[in-house]
Design a binder for this molecule. Structure first.
Ligand code: FAD
Length: 450
């Protein structure tokens, strides 16, 4: 007789942990989610007859073993994603690039950036740890470019870089600097190992650089296609889904943890908590704790803009880093998810960072005018494209960025959980990209057997 595991959270993190726990001999697994659907943030919305991902969601850069699993679940219906990205900054559009390209800055500013970078090189990696993201950006790119990147960060994430933990960098598109044309960048990178590690250049034919693959569901249902099939795949392997059910109580009974939802009473050997809702877990274990004050949620308006497929540029997405920009990442989501309706319409989606309470946030029903205009200006749709229909959602929390003090706060939380209920495993919510979440899930069998 194997052990009973409860996985709380039916998002991708819960999925990956469940995948590993299925390898435990005789394991009985329950998955609980307060939402009535499987997939968490990956579950596409139904909008205007289309299946629309809430942001750009893909299985990008994932290990082959995970790609094989996704392909098996999708019964082969996946397409390879060949990224065609564009970056925009300061009126310059750079094809084949997904980081800010500062090459349109005045020549004297670019010369200053180069000089500052070269001055950083001899002491790179020495000195005390960076106290915040702003310090890290300046240490990587110098005061001028670091300051510009900090401004971009503030625009996109609605948080001053001095208030963000340095490791926030890994979630952003600010991980490398390009401020000259390609040939000059290649030469500058080659001149010094430090510069090689912080600068970016586009190369004509890159070829395959690692063993990771990028795929996307190919059933015309966007990521929802994977969500519904993954749920069934797990159920076919004996996992009991308890969706749309809040947890009412957790108590110790006879060496187990008795967990009650509206529909189930489960005596669990281990509860694996795979979401960042510290407040809910604390309250179930009888204490008060909240880490949400140490997290910045990146509120966004999320626009779905419907127009004729033939008027949408054939690309994956454009990232707009312009300080005056209203849109950030705009994707030809309808095209790459294979959704064109009987009238020849498809759609683009646009993630538009917008502070809660700002004029645009409050008047979001009118925001599509400016967003559509910007899509035309950026060449995402052709100049004669007509907006056939649209939907603009307010998403109060999208990319979660750790503010200063988050690591200490979460460590204190984990210590308290371990003291009160050692059989509850609060999973690390730091790994962000699907690749990293999958790789981190390899730990879960050791954790439940510890
Ligand atoms: C806009 C956006 C775009 C992204 N794009 C990509 C991308 O292209 N590639 C990539 O690799 N990564 C991407 N990411 C990151 C990746 O999508 C996420 O890190 C990952 O999907 C998160 O999975 P999760 O299970 O932790 O969270 P979620 O998907 O949010 O799932 C958490 C689940 O826990 C449930 N839950 C919470 N509290 C409770 C409770 N008390 N009781 C029961 N259930 C509860 C929630 O209902 C939810 O279903 C993106 C992230 C965002 C925000």
């Amino acid at each position: 007789m194997g052990k009973v595991y409860v996985v709380v959270g039916a998002g991708f993190r819960g999925y990956c942990d469940t995948l590993q726990l299925l390898q435990e001999p005789g394991a009985k697994i329950y998955m609980i989610d307060r939402e009535p659907f499987f997939g968490g943030i990956s579950y596409s919305a139904k909008l205007k007859g289309f299946s629309v991902d809430k942001g750009v969601h893909m299985f990008d850069g994932i290990p082959q073993a995970l790609a094989d699993n996704v392909t098996e679940i999708m019964e082969g219906k996946v397409r390879t994603i060949d990224f065609v990205s564009v970056s925009a900054f300061n009126g310059l559009r750079t094809d084949g690039f997904s980081l800010p390209d500062l090459a349109s800055l005045p020549a004297d500013t670019k010369a200053r950036i180069t000089a500052e970078l070269q001055a950083l090189s001899p002491n790179a990696g020495k000195g005390p740890a960076h106290r915040n993201l702003h310090e890290l950006l300046e240490a990587r790119y110098g005061a001028t470019a670091g300051g510009i990147f900090a401004g971009i960060f503030k625009n996109l994430y609605n948080l001053d870089a001095t208030e963000a933990q340095p490791d926030a960098l890994s979630k952003t598109s600010l991980g490398r600097l390009k401020h000259l044309d390609d040939a000059e960048m290649i030469a500058l990178k080659a001149s010094d190992p430090f510069l090689d590690s912080v600068l970016a250049a586009r190369r004509k034919a890159l070829g395959k650089v690692d063993d990771f693959v990028s795929i996307y569901p190919d059933t015309g249902e966007a990521m929802r296609g994977w969500c519904v099939r993954a749920q069934k795949w797990l159920e076919d392997r004996g996992v009991t889904m308890c969706l749309g059910q809040g947890i009412q109580s957790i108590e110790a009974v006879g060496g187990k943890l008795r967990l009650k939802t509206e529909g189930h009473t489960i005596d669990a050997d281990r509860i694996v908590w795979t979401n960042d809702n510290t407040q809910a877990l604390a309250s179930l274990l009888g204490f008060d704790f909240d880490t949400s004050t140490h997290v910045s949620g990146t509120p966004m308006l999320f626009a779905t803009l419907i127009t004729k497929a033939e008027h949408i540029k054939d690309f994956t997405y454009l990232q707009n880093f312009d300080p005056e920009g209203k849109t950030y990442r705009t994707a030809s989501a309808g095209i790459y998810s294979g959704q064109v309706d009987a009238n020849g319409n498809s759609f683009v989606t646009s993630e538009c960072p917008t502070p809660i309470g700002s004029e645009r946030w409050n008047n979001h029903t009118e925001a599509h005018h400016a967003i559509w205009r910007e899509c035309k200006d950026l060449g995402i749709v052709s100049p004669d494209a007509v907006l056939a229909d649209h939907a603009v959602m307010r998403l109060p929390s999208t990319f979660k960025v750790a503010k200063l003090g988050y690591d200490e706060r979460i460590a204190a939380f984990q210590a308290e959980v371990a003291k009160r209920a050692p059989a509850v495993i609060f999973r690390d919510v730091k790994p962000f990209f699907r690749r990293d979440i999958y790789l981190d899930s390899f730990k879960v069998r050791d954790l439940v057997n510890a």
